[in-house]
Design a binder for this molecule. Structure first.
Ligand code: ZN
Length: 489
């Protein structure tokens, strides 16, 4: 095959919502692409977290080879966390296609900042600091975008800050719809430049909408609300479908892939894993160092989604007088360090002696597997990094991965003055939805057989797209080409 490929990324896309939107008639474009093409489940990485998944998507490699498993990574030597970036990933599908002479355009895909030189156009996505930074390749594209798409933001914090999304309900949904419309306008700037062989645009707002609104749209949730669910579908998902239609038209002839990084599920409580580790004596903290300066408390109130976590700590320290994270721990007395806030908890074992380290791991595993909340167990499993990852970056990975039970997430970061559990609700923690490993895949185009029960890995997309473009698949990818022609039979 030597075709052109369009990829549309829907962050957090799940059939649990999209099928309902299709049935209700709000997503005719997606319906058509799905039903006349191949569709199914796209399994995320473990962990199913945005940077890990999009990193593996772009490279065809598991996080053990990209070194990216969360928004940040802890350095055992310096005891500091570093925000992950495109530099971690090495060679991506964009680089490979470009080297093979194909013209490439990439708009808003997470884990593309800082922008790399590619054979075409790059507009970076989530984890880009702001539009003042160099967020494009070529560099001059930035000016064009800011001129042609006034008010363009990589991710518009303002829309989340303008008050509670639950009180502003419809206005919030309209804001989110406006964000995705602006993405399409940026995509238009790139697509109108020249005919591209490979193009991808990514829509992040679906992840935000689902984190905030999941309780209303999932019939299994106590907050489920028929009227609100209908509004989410009619205001947001119909807008998303309109953008899908526009992009497909703008791109023209070629195959269309619609992919997500992970799906979604109900979220009830956060298990404060860091606090449990302190309570059980595995980790020691300097409580005073966790005190938050008064003016930062104010920032917290206007940033309920905690988006400030994307701001480098150095900047936060300067602006807000926050203590360095590494100065908040008593390292002498700590056997572990733990992090994470999106789903899984990540534990680094710090003892030098192998036997001690293994004994600590065993005690933690045994202890965590017994943690209960009423009559429910909170942790479904504690895995070693070797059980989850493989590859040359294993040394960068946390030693233990704590997988929460359904309904829970693990907060690895120590939570000052908090209990073991934190209930997510609509008032101060807008995360009624959490990620699920099952995301979505639609593939539609010449030579693609219409099957509806695909189940494949996010790491398979890069090799599959390369094969469709007629480019040899490098041998160092973990992913495999999906058999789309025969439908796997
Ligand atoms: Zn998310």
């Amino acid at each position: 095959m030597k075709g052109r490929v369009l990829i549309i990324g829907i962050d957090g896309g799940t059939w649990k919502v999209l099928d309902r939107a299709i049935e209700a008639g709000y997503m005719p474009n997606l319906k058509n692409l799905k039903e006349s093409g191949a569709a199914g489940i796209l399994e995320s990485t473990m962990p199913a977290i945005t940077p890990a998944a999009w990193g593996s998507f772009q490279t065809g490699k598991n996080p053990g080879r990209t070194g990216v498993f969360d928004f940040t990574r802890w350095d055992r030597e310096t005891k500091e966390r570093k925000i992950v970036s495109s530099r971690d990933l090495g060679r991506t599908v964009w680089d490979i296609a470009g080297k093979a002479g194909r013209k490439v355009g990439v708009v808003n895909v997470p884990m593309t900042y800082p922008p790399k030189e590619i054979n075409g156009y790059m507009v970076t996505g989530v984890l880009t600091p702001d539009t003042n930074s160099k967020f494009t390749h070529p560099e001059g594209l930035r000016k064009e975008i800011l001129k042609q798409v006034p008010g363009y933001h990589v991710f518009n914090l303002q829309n989340v800050r303008n008050g509670s999304p639950h009180e502003r309900f419809e206005a919030f949904l309209d804001d989110m719809a406006a964000i995705i419309e602006a993405r399409t306008e940026v995509a238009r700037v790139v697509l109108e430049k020249e005919k591209l062989d490979l193009f991808m645009v990514h829509y992040f707002a679906s992840d935000v909408v689902q984190h905030v609104m999941w309780g209303y749209i999932d019939p299994d949730c106590p907050h489920y609300d028929v009227v609100k669910a209908e509004l989410v579908l009619s205001r947001f998902y119909s807008a998303l479908d309109r953008e899908i239609g526009k992009i497909v038209d703008l791109f023209g002839q070629g195959a269309v892939f619609i992919v997500s990084d992970h799906g979604f599920q109900r979220h009830e409580k956060r298990f404060n894993l860091g606090n449990w580790l302190v309570e059980k004596g595995f980790m020691e903290v300097d409580e005073e160092a966790f005190e938050i300066p008064k003016h930062v408390e104010g920032i917290r109130k206007v940033d309920p989604l905690n988006l400030r976590r994307f701001i480098p700590h150095g900047v936060r320290k300067k602006v807000a007088g926050e203590k360095d994270e590494k100065d908040r721990y008593e390292w002498e007395g700590s056997k572990v360090y733990s992090m994470g806030r999106s789903g899984e908890g990540f534990i680094y074992l710090l003892e030098d002696d192998d036997k001690c380290r293994m004994a600590t791991a065993r005690r933690i595993k045994e202890g965590l597997e017994q943690v209960s909340d009423g009559d429910r167990l909170v942790v479904s499993s504690v895995l070693t990094k070797e059980e989850v990852f493989s590859g040359n970056r294993l040394g960068w990975m946390p030693d233990l991965i704590v997988v929460p039970a359904a309904g829970y997430t693990c907060t690895g970061f120590y939570q000052h003055e908090m209990d073991r559990f934190h209930i997510v609700n609509t008032e101060d923690d807008f995360h009624m939805g959490r990620h699920h490993r099952d995301g979505i895949l639609v593939a539609n185009g010449k030579g693609i057989a219409p099957v509806q029960d695909l189940r494949t890995s996010i790491m398979d997309i890069a090799p599959t797209v390369l094969a469709y473009l007629g480019i040899d698949i490098p041998g160092d990818m973990d992913g495999k080409e999906i058999d789309l022609a025969g439908g796997g039979s």
